[in-house]
Design a protein around this ligand. Structure first.
Ligand SMILES: Nc1ncnc2c1ncn2[C@@H]1O[C@H](COP(=O)(O)OP(=O)(O)OP(=O)(O)O)[C@@H](O)[C@H]1O
Ligand SMILES: [Mg+2]
Length: 390
């Protein structure tokens, strides 16, 4: 069964800052392990190290099982890549190489009558088949039907950026859970998914017997799918990991207890520090007029030095406490008026009034046109006021 051992990973950024300061944890076989932590702690960087894209400065990664990866960029594809490219990004390197060769000679065949090119193309097709490409296309067909409602033959050449963020995520997730890889690394799989999509992910992950390490900021997903939680905690010498062997339900309590323990240890350290300083001061005063006290003064000083050298216990990890302070603007004024507004093929005509100070949530399934609607508002709407005119 697939597993990962992360042992004492240290990683320095190019400016010399230590990002990871000895990260150690296990992803046990079949577990659904969540990696959580504040923005910028190094979660994605750690994923890249596990995937072999980046080299750690110290430490080791040991893993068994074939690896399937969903990277954090999925959901924000803006380049020229197609649905097929997105699906290929989840495939084993051998298959991705075989596909690239087929595409290369397919393009060459369009402009060349050369027999050699035709031969190479035939070879590339055989290699694609030998590598398991046809089985993969059957899987992709299922995946496209499930995520986009059409088969791979119709969806394969579509530009990925024409899919909504949620559709891109769903496509890649369907491919990974449907595919053969035993070990999945998922970087924020829930981002962009609508509510039914999130439910699907929770169910699929829970039912899957694959070993999964996933990064998430979503409490619902953590609650419903994680069996172990690894917290990456920032510190002066880089982030370290704290492992909670249970689900998220017992996490908050366990973390509180742990932080209280740190508080207690710190309190004792401070008391000991004060005592040692007092001792040094006392012997210093005595040694000033009694020469036989010089040794004691020296011993106390050394003790204090050693104590300070060992340093205080681990600091209590920072709690994130996010509060939103929204202030209303001019009241009793309509900010947005929509009359029979319809986004072609996306939504039926609707009327709405939004007033200054309103807080409006725009909800809807993936691909229903929420971002289109907001972009329309950002550009001043269909009937922009003068200050919004281009
Ligand atoms: N190539 C790089 N050069 C300089 N800094 C980098 C580089 N890659 C990452 N960093 C920095 O390292 C830190 C960790 O980045 P990382 O993407 O691993 O964070 P993360 O924990 O995944 O955050 P998030 O929750 O926002 O996705 C950030 O401060 C980032 O700016
Ligand atoms: Mg990240």
């Amino acid at each position: 069964m697939a597993h990962i051992d992360v042992t004492d990973i240290q990683y320095f950024l190019s400016d010399g800052t230590q990002l990871l300061g000895g990260v150690t944890f296990k992803v046990t076989a079949g577990s659904k392990t969540a990696l959580i932590g504040p923005n910028g702690t190094g979660k994605t960087t750690l994923f890249k190290i596990i995937a072999g894209d980046l080299k750690a400065d110290e430490g080791s990664i040991n893993r068994t099982g074939t690896l399937g990866i969903m990277r954090q960029f999925v959901g924000q594809v803006r380049d020229e890549s197609t649905v097929k490219d997105l699906l290929l990004s989840t495939a084993a390197p051998a298959l991705a190489q075989a596909a690239a060769k087929v595409a290369e000679y397919e393009a060459k065949m369009l402009t060349s009558e050369d027999e050699k090119v035709h031969m190479r193309y035939a070879e590339a097709i055989i290699e694609w088949g030998d590598a398991g490409g046809y089985e993969l296309e059957t899987t992709w067909d299922k995946v496209c039907m499930a995520a986009l409602g059409v088969g791979f033959d119709k969806a394969g050449d579509r530009l990925a950026r024409t899919l909504s963020g949620g559709e891109q995520k769903r496509l890649v997730l369907e491919a990974l859970f449907e595919g053969n890889d035993e070990l999945l690394l998922l970087d924020e799989p829930d981002n962009y998914l609508d509510v039914p999509g999130k439910r699907w992910l929770e169910d699929t992950m829970s039912r899957s017997n694959k070993t999964v390490l996933f990064i998430s900021h979503d409490r619902e997903l953590l609650n419903n799918a994680a069996t172990r939680i690894v917290t990456l905690e920032p510190g002066h010498g880089g982030a370290t990991a704290w492992v909670h062997g249970g689900a998220f339900g017992s996490y908050v309590e366990a973390r509180k207890e742990r932080n209280e323990r740190f508080e207690e240890l710190r309190k004792r350290w401070d008391e000991e520090h004060a005592k040692l300083k007092e001792l040094v001061n006392m012997y210093k005063t005595k040694a000033a007029f009694r020469s036989d006290m010089a040794n004691r003064y020296q011993a106390a000083t050394t003790r204090l030095e050693k104590f300070l050298e060992a340093g205080p216990p681990q600091a209590i990890p920072l709690e994130q406490n996010v509060n939103m302070r929204l202030k209303g603007g001019r009241t009793a004024k309509r900010a947005v008026v929509a009359e029979k507004l319809e986004l072609t093929n996306l939504m039926k005509p609707f009327d709405a009034e939004i007033w200054f100070g309103d807080r409006v949530g725009v909800l809807g399934s993936n691909g229903s046109g929420k971002s289109h609607f907001l972009r329309l508002l950002a550009s001043g709407g269909t009937d922009p006021e003068r200050e919004h005119l281009p």
